[in-house]
Design a protein around this ligand. Structure first.
Ligand SMILES: *[C@@H]1O[C@H](CO)[C@@H](O)[C@H](O)[C@H]1NC(C)=O
Ligand SMILES: *[C@@H]1O[C@H](CO)[C@@H](O)[C@H](O)[C@H]1NC(C)=O
Ligand SMILES: *[C@@H]1O[C@H](CO)[C@@H](O)[C@H](O)[C@H]1NC(C)=O
Ligand SMILES: *[C@@H]1O[C@H](CO)[C@@H](O)[C@H](O)[C@H]1NC(C)=O
Ligand SMILES: *[C@@H]1O[C@H](CO)[C@@H](O)[C@H](O)[C@H]1NC(C)=O
Ligand SMILES: *[C@@H]1O[C@H](CO)[C@@H](O)[C@H](O)[C@H]1NC(C)=O
Ligand SMILES: *[C@@H]1O[C@H](CO)[C@@H](O)[C@H](O)[C@H]1NC(C)=O
Length: 269
């Protein structure tokens, strides 16, 4: 009996080492540090030895990382002049709830692999130079509360699937190069889902639809069409009037000539 308890005790000690390293987190961090460039040397402890052991319980030894139970659940590296791109291996940090890499100079695409971050609640990649399309696969991160992608170089349409994210309370894609209609599922959310106003969508030249001001760009062309219509109407009126005038003049002259001829043919009595 006593022996069994002791083995249990030692087993517990063995199973709960002070630093529980996670191979997935290590993969995630080492690939991320390879894909990021850090010209200002802002990242402290971002070295191979720390990646193997970034957490000890709730303590993190890695700048920007926050740990919970030996796993990284928050990664926040903002305003550090970081360059480079987002590694698809970020998806190996499967306990991530917050990914905030805002206000850097990150370029390249948003990896669709982020779909594997099934616990992700906050995605803030705003104020970077990210390009390409917004991956529709983000819809698989069902706990997403915040998608902030403002001020990047993202193009293409807004995936309408993102409207399926019922927990979404902040959505900001302003200041990109997005195009096409705003999906109703995001622009005019139904029921009591949090709604997003024009400030979430403005600053994308070729994006249109509610809640952006109606016919802001199209309005001009409608005015132009009306203008052209009115203008051409007026022009044709003037033209036909001139035509009628000329015709009248010509027939008048013809009549005069005819009259002259007639008067010449007619003998005077
Ligand atoms: C870097 O690691 C050392 C020891 O591992 C730790 O004491 C220190 O707080 C860490 N620095 C940061 C910024 O986390
Ligand atoms: C960003 O970092 C720069 C340089 O360290 C600093 O001057 C600036 O105030 C920071 N901006 C914000 C919003 O924290
Ligand atoms: C990084 O360095 C550049 C130039 O050396 C400087 O302008 C910028 O403020 C620095 N950024 C931060 C976050 O320290
Ligand atoms: C890590 O992420 C990459 C890229 O998404 C993926 O191919 C790989 O299977 C992942 N590995 C693990 C152990 O999850
Ligand atoms: C995202 O980060 C930016 C800059 O760091 C911050 O101003 C903004 O409030 C954040 N977005 C959200 C929704 O918290
Ligand atoms: C928004 O949705 C409501 C309810 O479905 C509908 O009545 C309304 O016309 C929609 N507004 C726009 C601008 O599409
Ligand atoms: C639009 O929404 C944002 C964030 O939800 C809010 O701060 C802002 O006041 C709203 N603007 C208008 C005009 O309602």
């Amino acid at each position: 009996m006593m022996g069994l308890l002791w083995t249990r005790f030692f087993l517990l000690l063995f199973l709960l080492p002070p630093s529980l390293s996670d191979p997935s987190d290590e993969l995630c961090l080492s690939h991320l540090s390879q894909s990021l460039e850090d010209p200002n040397k802002s990242l402290q402890n971002w070295t191979k030895s720390t990646f193997a052991n970034p957490c000890s319980g709730f303590t993190s030894y890695l700048q920007g990382a926050t740990c919970n139970n030996g796993r990284i659940y928050k990664l926040s590296l903002t305003n550090l002049s970081l360059r480079g791109s987002l590694s698809p291996f970020l998806s190996n940090c499967t306990n991530l709830q917050t990914l905030d890499l805002s206000s850097n100079f990150l370029s390249g695409p948003i990896p669709s692999d982020l779909q594997n971050l099934v616990n992700l609640a906050v995605l803030n990649l705003s104020s970077n130079r990210l390009a390409g399309q917004i991956p529709p696969q983000l819809t698989l991160c069902a706990y997403l509360n915040v998608i902030d992608l403002h001020d990047n170089l993202l193009s293409g349409p807004i995936p309408q699937q993102l409207g399926l994210l019922v927990r979404l309370s902040t959505f900001d894609v302003s200041g990109n190069r997005l195009s096409g209609p705003i999906p109703t599922s995001l622009g005019n959310r139904s029921g009591n889902l949090p709604r997003f106003n024009a400030s979430s969508f403005e600053g994308n030249k070729d994006l249109y639809g509610y809640p952006l001001p109606a016919m802001k760009n199209k309005g001009l062309s409608v005015m132009a069409i009306v203008g052209i219509g009115l203008g051409s109407g007026f022009a044709s009126l003037v033209l036909s009037f001139t035509g009628v005038c000329i015709w009248l003049k010509v027939t008048e002259r013809k009549m005069a000539l005819e009259e002259g001829k007639i008067s010449q043919l007619m003998p005077d009595y």
